[in-house]
Each structure stands twice: as structure tokens, then as C-alpha cells.
Ligand binder design. Sequence first.
Ligand code: 5GP
Length: 210
Amino acid sequence: MSRESSLINVGAKKVSFPVVVSGPSGAGKTSLCQGVVRDCPEVVYSISATTRPPRKGEVDGRDYHFVDTEKFKAMIQAGELLEWAQVHDELYGTPVYSVRPFLSRGQAVIMDLDVQGGLSMKKVFPDGVFVFVVPPSFGVLEKRLRERKTEGEDVLKTRLRNAQEEMRYRKHYDYFVINDDLGKALGEVKSIIEAEKCRMSRLFAGVKDW
Ligand code: 5GP
């Protein structure tokens, strides 16, 4: 194959990769992931399994696969989870079926994981894209969590305490996005994905003689 034709083939190649979004609860990860999936048809959202009860408005199979602890443990045993972690007293995990089939089809898969899940996923997909999202300040974070009214005072306090701890993990991520303005932060995450599609090591992976 000539150099020129191999370049054309590479240009037509779809590049698939996981995009892991982490950061403290209340940083706006869910809104960012939803925004990316809405605006980028080639990006799929990875639906996690969790033992947490559904919040008002959440739909099983769309927001999460809501399962009981027994079922969650059976999934671990059966090797059905790429990673899992206990977060704020509940279990959360990424099913293989929420990620691998989409990557095989050449799609990017965005996932909202806690920092433990982020580190585990880095071992599974060392060439994944790891984005750390933060609120502009802890004051704003507390305000957002209170306004969301999805948690009682105890859970809210746990989440705020965990947020400080989670911040320490930022150095393991590739990108840092401050979510002060959702539109701006969304633009940044979409730009990161666009740039990653152009990364030499992805486009030319396995191509000889380029
Ligand atoms: P929430 O209960 O607010 O939906 O999520 C709580 C935390 O669990 C968030 O930090 C979110 O990133 C994390 N999380 C959601 N799904 C998963 C998952 O599959 N694995 C891991 N490790 N964390 C998850």
C-alpha cells in the first residue's frame, strides 16, 4: 500500500475510546455527560449499575441499572463489571456491556465515575481520556448540593467531606475542567473529545509504514 492510500484509509478510520469524567459530587458531571451525548451523536453514555435507590425522575436502564446488593455481588462474581467501587455507602460499577460493544463499533463512550473508578478504569484502558471536573469553589459545591435537594443532611455532609478527599486525585487525570458556567465547561469537554480523535497514536495505531 502506498503511503498516500494508507493515509486516506487512516482518515476514514473511526477512533473509539472511553472518556472518564470524575470530580466531586455536585461538580456537574451528570449535566456535562448528558450535554456531550446530546450534542455528539457518536458518543454514547455508559450506564452504570448501582445499589443506590432511584431519585425522583430517574429511570431504570436510562440513568442507571438499579439493582439490589445481591444482584450487584453476582455481577462482580460473574466478571460483568469493568470496575466497581463503594461510593457514599452505596455500590456503583461499570458493566462490560455498557462499554465494550460501543467501543467495538467505533464509538466513544463517556462515563461518570468516582475517583476510585477512574483509577481502576485507567488500568483497563490506559489510552482512555480522563477528565477531572470541579466546581469553582467548595462554597458553590455546597450551594449546588443543597439546591439539588436530592439528599438528606447526613448524605449531603458525607458528600461534602468526600469532595475534599476526591480533589486529591486530580493529578491522575489528563484534563482539568472548572465548571463555573455549564455551557463553557461543556464546550471544553467537547473540544477535548474532538482533539483526542485527532491524536496521532489513535489514528495510526497498528498502521505500518506511515
Ligand atoms: P450519584 O449517586 O450522585 O448518581 O453518583 C455518586 C457517585 O458515584 C458519583 O461520583 C459518580 O461519579 C459515581 N459513579 C456513578 N457510576 C459509577 C460507576 O459505575 N463506577 C464508579 N466507580 N463510580 C460511579
